[in-house]
Ligand binder design. Structure first.
Ligand SMILES: Cc1ncc(COP(=O)(O)O)c(C=O)c1O
Length: 372
């Protein structure tokens, strides 16, 4: 049976253009980018070209970008780097209850070092009220971190409004854009952010590469100590082929942002599900302020994992898990106040550039058989 991939929020395949750009740096250009000879110079030039390509997608200066090993490292660097650089000013950080573990866990780590973290709740659609951020600010607040779009339900936050509040109070503002980049506009000037995290493997670059945008003038404590790579901000010989890949992926992503191909198929998927299942299927997340590729639905009264287990050729994600006879469902859905009966039936379908309507029609038919 044909394999169907509907898990593009988990990871994407490497785009052919990206692979092509990377290949010479896996095979021929092996020099160390720090070496000032014939072997090192092309590697260094390739990194700087990639930096410009990423800057093009984010609308920032190339020197505001630090290459990292991915979204997790970018988030860790932002949260811990800001805390250690600013702890003389205060120990309070504001974030939300629906962040990825790559934000929640660094925050929990900092709590052990006397940080005071406020986890702002969300409404039933997964939206953060910017006013609740304003109300949480204290004289000790040094950082606000709110994800641009949620990985599970796709809800997009009003980052511009929240960053405005942060700027008024001269508080550093970070957003985790791992899921939004390449899907919706992510110009740092529109978002008004000081720090922004990118994960390469969500935008058709390889796994294990990412970027942290650090606005000019913002100083974070160094996260990775060693030699002077990345203008002294992240030590370690650069992962040249992957950086080249990320650059090419960002260049490519510019032609996808704002297009409707994926959204149109996603919307048809939702419509077909509604026609087929009526009130037995519920949408999780915001109806309109949502990533164009994400469809998180609950089959009420059913168990998402059980449905997926009957479709071995389908790659999709369920937020629920069974532990010793009890069903646990996603902390994101819990924070949204989704009742257990609905939450345990959740499945996240995330579409990508190669998804076809034929695949979706097959999916709906298969779901019809399983659910009935
Ligand atoms: C919102 C969000 N942030 C961070 C990450 C972590 O990125 P990486 O897998 O590159 O470490 C992910 C990956 O799932 C994500 O969805």
């Amino acid at each position: 049976m044909k394999k169907i991939y509907l898990d593009f929020n988990a990871s994407t395949p490497i785009a052919p253009e990206v692979l092509e750009a990377m290949e010479p740096f896996l095979r021929d250009h092996y020099g160390n980018p720090s070496s000032r000879h014939w072997a090192g110079i092309p590697a260094k030039q390739a990194i700087e070209h990639a930096r410009e390509q990423v800057a093009g997608l984010l609308g920032c200066f190339p020197d505001e970008l630090v290459f990292t090993s991915g979204g997790t490292e970018s988030n860790n660097h932002a949260i811990k780097g800001a805390f250690f650089a600013l702890k003389h000013r205060g120990n309070h950080i504001i974030t939300t209850q629906i962040e990825h573990p790559a934000i929640i866990k660094p925050c929990q780590f900092l709590e052990k070092l006397d940080a005071n973290i406020t986890y702002i709740p969300v409404d039933q659609h997964g939206k953060v009220d910017p006013e609740s951020i304003r109300n949480a600010i204290t004289s000790k607040t040094i950082l606000i971190s709110v994800m641009h779009a949620n990985n599970e339900v796709g809800t997009i936050q009003d980052i511009g409004q929240i960053s405005h509040i942060a700027r008024e109070q001269e508080i550093l503002f970070h957003t985790d854009a791992a899921q939004s980049i390449g899907k919706i506009p992510t110009l740092v000037s529109d978002l008004g952010v000081d720090l922004l995290s990118v994960a390469g493997h969500k935008i058709y670059a390889p796994k294990g590469i990412g970027v942290l945008y650090i606005r000019r003038g913002v100083n974070l404590e160094i996260f990775m100590h060693g030699a002077g790579h990345e203008a002294g901000r992240r030590a370690g010989t650069e992962n040249v082929p992957y950086i080249v890949g990320l650059g090419a992926a960002c260049e490519l992503a510019r032609s996808w942002v704002g297009t409707t191909q994926i959204k149109d198929i996603r919307d048809q998927f939702w419509q077909l599900l509604q026609e087929e299942f009526g009130e037995r299927v519920v949408l999780n997340g915001h109806l309109t302020k949502r990533l164009p590729n994400t469809l998180n639905v609950s089959f009420v009264g059913m168990f998402g994992a059980e449905i997926l287990s009957q479709m071995e050729n389908v790659a999709a994600t369920t937020g629920s898990a069974c532990h010793e006879g009890t069903v646990e469902f996603s902390p994101v859905l819990k924070a949204m106040g989704v009742p257990a009966k609905t939450g345990m039936g959740a499945i996240r379908f995330s579409l990508g550039r190669t998804t076809t309507i034929t695949e979706i029609e097959w999916m709906v038919n298969r779901l019809k058989n399983i659910v009935s």
